[in-house]
Every structure is written in structure tokens, then in C-alpha cells.
Ligand binder design. Sequence first.
Ligand code: PMP
Length: 409
Amino acid sequence: MYDVDEIRREFPILDRRIGDKRLVYLDNAATSQKPRRVLDALTKYYERHNANIHRGVHRLAEEATAAYEESRAKVARFLGAPGTTGLVFTRGTTESINLVAYAWGRKNLREGDEVLLTEVEHHSNLVPWQLAAQATGARLRFVPIREDGTLDMEEAGRLIGPKTKLVGCIHASNVLATINPVVKLARMAREAGALMLVDGAQSAPHLPVDVEALGCDFFACSGHKMLGPTGVGVLWGRPEILEEMDPFLGGGEMIREVRLDHSTYNDLPYKFEAGTMNIAQAVGLGAAVDYLGELGMENVREHERRLGEYAYGRLSELEGIEIYGPKEERTGLVSFSLPDVHPHDLSQLLDEEGIAIRSGHHCAQPLMRRLGVPATARASFYLYNVEEEVDRLVEALARAREFFRPYAI
Ligand code: PMP
């Protein structure tokens, strides 16, 4: 049984008050809050096991290594990866995608090649490819969106061809709440002989994910958006592709043998984990995916789907509101604009009521341009949010409307 009251008790920060108001945290797409068991895992790691991993033979080094590798196995299972070989710890989605754009892109892209992205990409699945394109002469192309924010798959079909070397797409949008048809895109990519990269920053925390079922070659996500600590994330890649790639960062741990003028590299996944990793954070992420697994990702998805639907309905009651993205098949976030109120002013006013939402371009400036707005306000929900919090948001928005009405031009 999914007991949201019990779940909320696991998150100490949800008891916080902002002024005299209880915190309503609706900025989960930026980062999630952390349950006590993740905080405890971090403390326990530092109090009992802290050491550098893989190198030492003393007890603490062995314990720390075991905890880190156990976490890798847990995360691999959580993502449906067939094993741990292709499961690389990184700092997060941004670093994971940069890793692919450098280590795969620089080696494999040539002038005349194409990388196909979409109009809805987060900057972290766009800028690394711009850099790779500049370095190699490859060309970036983009699948457009339709009026409702869903991808124009007919156009995708026309754009994917023999020149396409990689297709990259966000699984779920951090602005539009869309769930993109990445399985279909992966199939189209494969038929064209291209690789498929899925940016799972907004899917792994919220939907059941199985990298094998997705049919992708690379999957990236961030620990801090899925109850884990900051500073740790994941790149899963097909081992046979990772094997052929050059290293991304050079240094300790990623080598097998070093001579003064050249080196050979370590086995996967260590070849991509140079230097001292964020060990405690990786252990914390293991505790986070344990918890998500206990709750059941189907249940998490259902809770957020219902809450998102409720929020969509309640927000629609506000006169003149514009809600972005499709009506159906949404994740649990809502981006919107209110007439005559700038999203920044809105979030500031809501902050005074203890309500944390996000306003801005959400690291998706090209998408903002496509929508014809400089910024939107965004309320994003997670597994611990409840309908009363949506009600508080809607009531506060109604008050904000009244507050700003005299200033309307
Ligand atoms: N992709 C998407 C869709 C995101 O929402 C985010 C975070 N806002 C990122 C990538 C980047 O994640 P991180 O900052 O953790 O690297």
C-alpha cells in the first residue's frame, strides 16, 4: 500500500516552516528532497567506513569498496541494466552526456554526419553536442514539436537517415511534462544504423525504467533528482560501445599501465571513473534506489500521475492561465504562465507563503523561444507531495493574481 503520510515522515525537511508557514516543496524537477535513510547512509559511511576505494587492502578500504560496488549493482538493477559493466558513476546527467559527446562523439563523428536531437532538449543534451559538432564538423538537426508539445514523429522519420549517427532525446520533459516515445525513436535510430542516447534525468526518478526495454545505447540520469545526494549520477552504456570509446578523463584508477609516453586503460566501468569518485554519494544513491524499489516505481508513477492530473485540473480553474504541454500522458509537473504576472515575481510572492516553485527558462532556452515566452513558472511534484499542497499553490496563485492586477498594463 502506498501510504503517503508514512512516506512524508521519512523526509525530515518536509517539517520545515518558512516563516509561520509549513514548507510546500514543489521544485522537485530541480532536485528532490532526501529521505532519512539516505541521510543515514551518508553518515554511516563517513562514521564507519570512509576510505578511498579499489586501492587499499586495509579493512576500511575493503568496506568502502564493497559499499560503492554494491551501490553500482543496486543502481544497475534499478535501471534494468543487464549487469554492472556498463554502469558508470558520474557527477550527474550533464557529466554523463558530456562523457558520450567527448569520448564517443570526438572519435566517431565526421563532417557530413548528423546528430539528431529535439526542440525540447535541456541544455545538457544540447550544448555538449554543439561542442562535439564544432570539433568534428558534424551537423545537428532537430525533431520539432507539435502545438501540444509532443514530438512530430513523422518529421523524425524524415530526419533520421543514413547520415544520422546518434539520436539524443529527453525521456521526460522538465518543462512540458511530456513522455517522449524513446522506444520508437531508438528503433528508428537502430534501423538507420545510429545510436540512441536517452536523457533520463526526469524519467528515472518518476517512471519505471528498463534500459534494455527502451532499446537505447546510452542512458543518463542524476542521483539528486531521485532521492539521492548531489554529486552522483549515472551513465549506462552498452558495454561493447563503451569498450570502443576513448577515455573521457585521464588520471588515477582509469588506467591499467602507465608509461611516460602512453598508457593502457582499465576495464569497464573503471575506464570512465578517473580519480577519486564521490564515494559516499554513490553509497547514498544505493540507499535511494533501495527505497524507490520498496515503494515500487509503478506506485510512484501512479501517485504522481494522479497528483499531476489533479494539479492540471485545479490550475485550469485560474482565469487566463496558460498551461504548457499536452493534456494527457503527462508526468507530475505543470509549467504555466498567468497573464500580467512575471513568473519570477510569482515565485517570489509564493515564497512568502512557504511555497517553493521554479520560474525561468528551465535550462531549455530554445524551447522557451519555440513557446514564445521568456520564462514559465513550474510546479513539479514528487512521491511525497499531496493534494493539499496543490490546493495551497492554487490559492496562493489566486491571491498573487489579485495582488498584481492593479499593475497590469
Ligand atoms: N536533463 C534534464 C531533462 C533535466 O531536467 C536536468 C536537470 N534540470 C538535466 C538534464 C541536468 O541534470 P544535472 O544538473 O543533474 O546534471
